[in-house]
Write a protein that binds this ligand. Structure first.
Ligand SMILES: [Zn+2]
Length: 116
């Protein structure tokens, strides 16, 4: 290890996971546009797992509540990735997570640790 910046592979993985979440969000924005405020719609999980096809039904209003900040994402329960985000709201059918931007070093350190 010569780098003081942590493990570049982890960094790359985190970036890919973040990109996957943004893709999910773009799909959901299109879904949202196709519905009125009072409707429910089926949204795709915005988690960072590749190939995740889980969907979550919630109202447009509830999805709007997820989107009150740019760093909040909709994920199915259990799809949160603790390395890159934090669950801030737990609902029956979905969780809301917030990007963990400020602690990449802590993240890299934690993922390098091996359980005894
Ligand atoms: Zn998912």
């Amino acid at each position: 290890m010569t780098s003081a910046q942590g493990n570049p592979e982890n960094e790359q993985k985190r970036r890919r996971q973040a990109a996957a979440e943004v893709n999910g969000r773009q799909v959901n924005e299109a879904i949202e546009r196709g519905h009125g405020q009072t409707d429910t719609a089926v949204f795709v999980c915005e988690c960072g797992y590749f190939g995740c096809t889980t969907t979550v039904r919630l109202s447009i209003t509830a999805y709007e509540a997820v989107r009150t900040s740019f760093d909040r994402f909709l994920v199915a329960p259990g799809h949160e990735i603790e390395e890159i985000e934090e669950v801030v709201e737990r609902h029956v059918d979905y969780f809301i997570v917030v990007k963990d931007e400020g602690t990449p070093k802590l993240v890299a350190g934690a993922t390098d640790e091996r359980a005894p």
